[in-house]
Design a protein around this ligand. Structure first.
Ligand code: AMP
Length: 302
């Protein structure tokens, strides 16, 4: 059986990143990029986004070499999205220093046939109005997952709240869960979001792992313990890519399947943070992923 496809809409960007251990200038980033690369280890991915005419052919070739369908990657006159961020000594905390939407302003995503029929949809971090415009075009997605960011919770809350009842799996970090719900405590925050009709909430907690909340159960995983973290950018998106990639590849919808998917997500995230701009994912193999998955299983066995 071949793996079911995933369609992702989100940002494709150039990132300038400063962490306590170094700096990277204008590296390929964006929420949809990190997601698509991670998910491509498991399932076919249709990427829906926009780039400017400054987007290098070499980066297109890299994404295509991962088997990612770029038919939905529109090229518009102008500059590609730019994001600049700086991480604190505690790398769970970062500041956005600069954000330039550029060609994303005025982007009207239109899904092709294959993208529209994909059973798994991921609305990566981008303007919630665009997320909704994409969701409306799907034929009948079996799994709809969504991410967001403080920038949109503050600036586009009504559009985001309108989406919540249509989401099967909301993947957000603890700070975003607090901001969205108005609750300090993460468990209460997740409950509040579930009350709004979202089927399950997966809260990312950086180096402390992730917790899945659904009306029936709670499941927690640690992050893979690494001696050195270089750059956490994209870890959350790669995490979601691993989770949905596994669900698409296996067709799993059971609680156990979702738990295994979350461990795969954690594995992919652990590779991303090992280098700047997700460079480590360029060399990871399926064997590396399986090996670390087994190490993960051993890590939590008791
Ligand atoms: P993550 O570290 O997983 O939260 O994702 C970081 C990625 O999100 C970076 O590669 C940025 O290019 C992208 N990004 C940052 N801010 C935004 C935003 N407001 N909208 C869309 N994408 C963003």
């Amino acid at each position: 059986m071949s793996a079911a496809a995933i369609t992702v809409v989100g940002s494709v960007a150039f990132d300038t990143i400063e962490t306590p251990v170094g700096r990277a200038e204008e590296v390929l980033g964006g929420s949809a990029t990190h997601f698509a690369v991670a998910a491509s280890y498991f399932a076919p991915v249709h990427l829906v986004a926009v780039v400017g005419d400054d987007f290098p052919e070499a980066e297109r070739e890299y994404l295509a070499s991962r088997g990612i369908d770029l038919a939905g990657l529109e090229v518009r006159p102008g500059r590609t999205f730019r994001w600049t961020g700086r991480y604190h000594e505690d790398m769970n905390v970062r500041d956005t220093l600069d954000l330039q939407l550029n060609v994303f302003a005025g982007f009207e995503p239109r899904l092709g046939d294959a993208a529209r029929r994909a059973p798994v949809a991921f609305l990566a971090n981008i303007d919630p109005t665009l997320q909704e415009a994409v969701l409306d075009q799907f034929a009948s997605p079996a799994v709809v997952a969504c991410d967001t960011m403080n920038h949109w919770i503050d600036g586009a809350r009504p559009a985001l709240e309108k989406l919540l009842p249509r989401i099967d799996l909301l993947v957000i970090n603890d700070e975003e869960a607090r901001l969205l719900s108005g609750e300090r405590n993460v468990v209460r925050a997740a409950r509040r979001i579930l009350d709004r009709g979202t089927r399950s909430v997966l809260v990312k907690r950086g180096e402390y792992g992730a917790i899945l909340f659904s009306p029936e159960s709670v499941f927690a995983v640690p992050a893979y313990p690494l001696e050195e973290v270089f750059d956490p950018t994209g870890a959350g998106d790669a995490f979601a890519g691993g989770v949905l990639g596994y669900l698409a590849a296996t067709g799993e919808r059971s609680e156990g399947g979702l738990r295994r998917a979350i461990v795969y997500g954690s594995v992919l995230a652990s590779f991303v943070v090992e280098d700047f701009g997700g460079q480590r994912l360029r060399t990871v193999t399926r064997d590396d992923i399986e090996r670390r998955y087994r190490q993960f299983v051993a890590l939590v066995e008791f």
